[in-house]
Design a protein around this ligand. Structure first.
Ligand code: ADP
Ligand code: MG
Length: 368
């Protein structure tokens, strides 16, 4: 009997007493330093946080009136609860769970927001040559990333799950929002893209209600609106996938979205190996070759959507694809066994990326 160890480092770290305090809203937060310009003396960074979509969301605003901003923050937080109830892959009561039960039998009409994410998912499937595929659900479940517990499935289990995978088996008609699967074995998982969608909608809600300077962050899926006081943009840290220091580098972001996905946040460890939660739909196994993918793009859904297939593609193909897509800029971290990892930074981000001095000894930066 082999020993299975299940890790969820991100959650272990984040569920701290400090985090519980954060839930008492609002709280000041040091994410962005205030002050700087003379007319910004009254402005501070204020955060609102909530547990949602299997993780935490935090909305930070640079404001001089946190009371007046509370309803706007509340409206934006409600977006996450709504998208969670529609697209969660963990509950039997979500709209996606209903779709998975019904769409293999007869065509079913889906909720408009699910329709938007479905259309984007199918476009990504085509554009990524199948590396992004929402029909990976049976595989994600076999590895225990849905439903749990995390485990390494047998070759037979992987083969059986693989036989149910392939987005060509999904038929979606946008005008009627009608969805049909080829058979009952097909199941969808929107976990690789739904968070980004929710972040976009929450950011739109903030902007529509006059919020000028805010950062929406759902576990690494972010939209930056305006800037903190006295700054020209929000400085977003790229986490060290090996946890030696908090951040390897920072990127200045304003009026756009960024996401970072790592094989470090959710993984199964066995026999000295770790298996991440992003699965190659062609092999049925967790992708290897990269340990962190950051995407910058105008929309959080594009960022979240693309970080997953870039992982699957691996360094060479991911660089090619990021170049090809005008609206996607990427930072990829390629591991070196026992050596110095490489951070591949797309040329368009060169001037905006600042490497932490402490990272110089274990990261080499290269541009593509
Ligand atoms: P997170 O922010 O949770 O790290 P990611 O954007 O990295 O999310 O997506 C990972 C999730 O996407 C997995 O937990 C799984 O639900 C789903 N997934 C895994 N592999 C694929 C794939 N090849 N295509 C589409 N979705 C995937
Ligand atoms: Mg993703």
């Amino acid at each position: 009997m082999q020993h299975h160890e299940v890790h969820r480092r991100w959650e272990r770290r984040i569920v701290s007493p400090a985090m519980i305090l954060l839930l008492a809203l609002p709280v000041g937060h040091a994410l962005a330093r205030c002050g700087g310009s003379p007319d910004s003396t009254a402005r501070r960074s204020v955060s609102w946080a909530a547990r949602t979509m299997g993780t935490y969301v935090r909305i930070t605003m640079a404001t001089d009136d946190s009371i007046a901003m509370s309803p706007e923050a509340g409206r934006a937080l409600a977006v996450f609860h709504r998208v969670d109830s529609l697209m969660s892959n963990w509950t039997a009561t979500s709209e996606v769970a209903r779709i998975n039960r019904e769409a293999g039998g007869a065509p079913t009409r889906v909720q408009p927001e699910v329709g938007v994410v479905l259309e984007a998912s199918l476009r990504l499937w085509r554009q990524s040559g199948g590396a992004f595929d929402i029909t990976v659900e049976p595989l994600v479940r076999a590895w225990g990333f849905i439903g749990g517990p995390r485990r390494v499935p047998s070759d037979d289990e992987i083969r059986a799950a693989l036989a149910r995978v392939g987005a060509q088996r999904i038929h979606y008609d946008p005008p009627t929002r009608s969805l049909r699967f080829d058979d009952r074995g097909v199941s969808i998982d929107l976990g690789g893209i739904a968070k980004g969608y929710a972040v976009d909608v929450a950011a739109e809600s903030l902007k529509a209600h006059g919020v000028k300077d805010a950062l929406v962050d759902l576990s690494g899926n972010m939209v930056a609106i305006g800037s903190p006081s006295g700054a020209t943009g929000w400085r977003i840290g790229i986490r060290d996938p090996r946890d030696r220091i908090p951040y390897l580098a920072r990127l200045a972001i304003t009026g756009e979205a960024i996401s970072t996905s790592g094989q470090y946040e959710q993984f199964v460890a066995r026999d000295g190996r770790t298996y991440g939660h992003i699965i190659d739909p062609r092999t049925g196994r967790p992708s290897e070759g990269l340990i962190s993918v950051t995407v910058v793009s105008p929309s959080a859904m594009e960022c979240d959507g693309w970080d997953t297939p870039l992982f699957v593609m691996g360094p060479l193909e991911a660089k090619r694809k990021a170049h090809e897509l005008d609206h996607v800029a990427a930072v990829l971290i390629q591991p070196a066994a026992g050596g110095v990892d490489t951070m591949w930074v797309e040329e368009t981000l060169r001037d905006r990326l600042i490497l932490e001095p402490a990272a110089r000894s274990f990261i080499q930066v290269r541009y593509f």
